[in-house]
Design a protein around this ligand. Sequence first.
Ligand SMILES: Nc1nc2c(c(=O)[nH]1)N[C@H]1C(S)=C(S)[C@@H](COP(=O)(O)OP(=O)(O)OC[C@H]3O[C@@H](n4cnc5c(=O)[nH]c(N)nc54)[C@H](O)[C@@H]3O)O[C@H]1N2
Ligand SMILES: Nc1nc2c(c(=O)[nH]1)N[C@H]1C(S)=C(S)[C@@H](COP(=O)(O)OP(=O)(O)OC[C@H]3O[C@@H](n4cnc5c(=O)[nH]c(N)nc54)[C@H](O)[C@@H]3O)O[C@H]1N2
Ligand code: SF4
Ligand SMILES: [Mo]
Length: 753
Amino acid sequence: MTVDSVKTLCPYCGVGCGLEVLPAPQAENAVNGQGQAGNSWKVRGDRAHPSSQGMVCVKGATVAEALNKDRLLYPMIRESLDEEFRRASWDQALELITSRIQTVRSTQGADGVCMYGSGQLQTEDYYIAQKLLKGCLGTNNFDSNSRLCMSSAVAGYVQSLGSDGPPCCYEDLDLTDCAFLIGANAAECHPILHNRLQKHHKKNRTVKMVVVDPRRTKTAEDADLHLAIHPGTDIDLLNGIAHLLLRWNCVDTDFIANHTVGFSDFAAVTQHYSPAVVSERCGISVGDLETAARWWADSNRVLSLWSMGVNQSSEGTAKVRAIINLHLITGQIGKPGAGPFSLTGQPNAMGGRETGGLCNLLPGYRHVQFPDHRAELEQFWGLPAGRISPDWGRTAWDIITGLETDDVGLLWIVATNPAVSLPDLERVKTALKRSPFTIHQDAYYPTETAQFAHVLLPAAQWGEKTGTMTNSERMVTLCQAFCSPPGEARPDWEIIADVGCRLGFADQFPFTNAAEVYAEYVQLTHGRVCEMTGLSHDRLRQEGPLQWPIPKANGKELPPQIHIPDSLLQTAATAKRLYTDHQFPTADGRAHFSAYHSRGLAEPPDAAYPFVLTTGRLYGHWHTQTRTGRIEKIRQMHPHPFLEIHPRDAARIGVEDQGLVEVRSRRGMARFPAKITAAIAPGTVFVPIHWGELWADQAEANAMTHNQSCPDSKQPELKACAVQLAPVATESTQADHALFAKTLEVASVSSAL
Ligand SMILES: Nc1nc2c(c(=O)[nH]1)N[C@H]1C(S)=C(S)[C@@H](COP(=O)(O)OP(=O)(O)OC[C@H]3O[C@@H](n4cnc5c(=O)[nH]c(N)nc54)[C@H](O)[C@@H]3O)O[C@H]1N2
Ligand SMILES: Nc1nc2c(c(=O)[nH]1)N[C@H]1C(S)=C(S)[C@@H](COP(=O)(O)OP(=O)(O)OC[C@H]3O[C@@H](n4cnc5c(=O)[nH]c(N)nc54)[C@H](O)[C@@H]3O)O[C@H]1N2
Ligand code: SF4
Ligand SMILES: [Mo]
């Protein structure tokens, strides 16, 4: 397939920038480094994309460079993990999978089968997987890496507002009077969104920007106020701000009276959070706390933006709800420039939620525990009543414990690399080794997870398949294919549907292309908050990206959204924002305050493990590096992992800049060159998450982390665990760096296929 220019979406972060892809000039279209004939592509920002208006960061700009490197080309199988993989036909591989699923169903029941997916799947892939697992097989054991990412945001929105769905849009970044970023390093992780906010912030001197992060990140450097709280003290801070707003009487009493419930319990809780108490617990000055509260009080429009510093916590849902509480006491929701805005991590984390891609959800923002939701799905899918289980399936972590207890008989991993990204990695790897049958469906080989698989299935990835994704502001983009998949790689939905047919569910999987899958799926959003019955692949191709809610009117599609001038902002607001009428999709139509005290970290530091280790991301790399580790420019940008440590702590443990430090928790250890910096507070250290065992020796962030999770969202506390530090004696720092230069070796391994 060759084309002039194709519009698609960046496959990395949830900002969801539009891309335009063109074939590179012929001269560059030579045979690539791996010896396969491959095209090269030129990527530029799509100026017509409403979310990004032509902007891209380094990841989007370089993504095409990874298309032809180290790809998994054919299905591969082996009987046991100590054997070599051998090439198989699709028919052999899928027959093997089908017969293993049948065996597990008849010996252990359907709940012995698990699929673990990812926010990097397209909506069509997600939908087909829900239909197969939750519908046809009758097990809710589909969970995704969104469990590690967005599940606290989902639970917080559902509990406080009645439904998932961020109510804001990116235009709010241009309209706010106060941006309150908490647990989000947008400058590195949502760079185009951050740039847009900075433009507004720099142009309008009265606009305030607050960043709440234990580290002085690049984002914090751009803020008017950086609250460097101790890890895990967000609820203290948020309740402390509410305490002051109530004390100063700077609350929206009409909004509270007419549109909320639970205010008095919340107000009672905040009484315990005096400035003196909060200042002490969070490690910030009373003056800074008062400034933050003052800006909340004085701003007409407050927009809070949060990400993993909030969600990845053993009280993640409570943190999300504490943020929403502030919006509810001040009436800062459902209007331009305001609202609680969760920044999604992955490009289709939102689509995953819409299609029910967590083990407690069903398509169309439905929940497994509601009988009417299950019945609607069973009927729509043509399945017997009672097929869908009313219970939560296995969460990501429950899959691991299920392997430990032999309750999981088959694990199918799609578009995620859990041998790097799950917490308590030694335990995870031991469990994966026990797995009777693991399938890893991925675009690349090798990956860390492949070594635990019995079957490898080659997936077509970005650029090689057409489907949709939804970004943080509910904008749906058609990601169009512009080249053929390499080898025998196939789109994820097609592989899963093929197995569905082989299992005897051909009636449920009659699809011949992704557009048909989408057409079926959108019907399930009818009347739901995430209504998108007005969307189709054709419409998205013709009109470009569109934001939901977008209903179909009496069988006729509504006119496309048009750009509305600022003078008519209120009209625009109704189309772009949720809850502009202050009616919430709860039983009583009101938003619900929560009243939580902070419980603090699940594993606080103590005498034996005196430091808090926190983890996160760097601007250039994407997660486990399957793409970005293979892009020279990005490797040069971030050549090796490191540990950020405050000068005082470095002196105390006796380590110099770039000297090797051993980090040990109760579960595991790793070693990193020290990066001594006052950007991190004493007592806390930081490591990036990007170096799994393929890319560096003993530099896995998750070797140390634990699995303690939020009771409501089951999202693990990946942002904090207790560690001890010790310098490692080495001959020279140069030698240390050699430890981390594994990338070149890796690049040659896949030629074995
Ligand atoms: N460059 C790049 N961008 C990405 C990704 C990537 O891999 N690389 N991944 C994408 C994905 S999937 C996600 S989920 C997002 C994540 O986006 P972010 O959440 O912005 O990124 P992180 O670095 O994981 O964590 C954010 C910050 O939380 C802070 N933090 C730690 N503990 C606490 C705490 O207790 N309270 C508060 N308030 N803050 C705390 C950390 O210091 C860190 O700076 O990024 C997306 N964008
Ligand atoms: N300590 C700590 N751990 C964390 C985090 C943290 O902040 N701290 N963050 C967590 C979060 S928020 C996230 S989102 C996870 C991310 O963790 P992972 O999901 O494990 O990371 P990725 O490297 O993005 O893995 C995606 C995989 O999908 C493959 N892939 C890409 N496109 C396709 C496709 O179209 N089809 C298929 N089948 N495969 C494809 C890639 O090659 C890659 O192997 O990590 C989590 N783990
Ligand atoms: S900001 Fe996110 S979506 Fe935009 S180009 Fe960068 S990685 Fe891609
Ligand atoms: Mo994420």
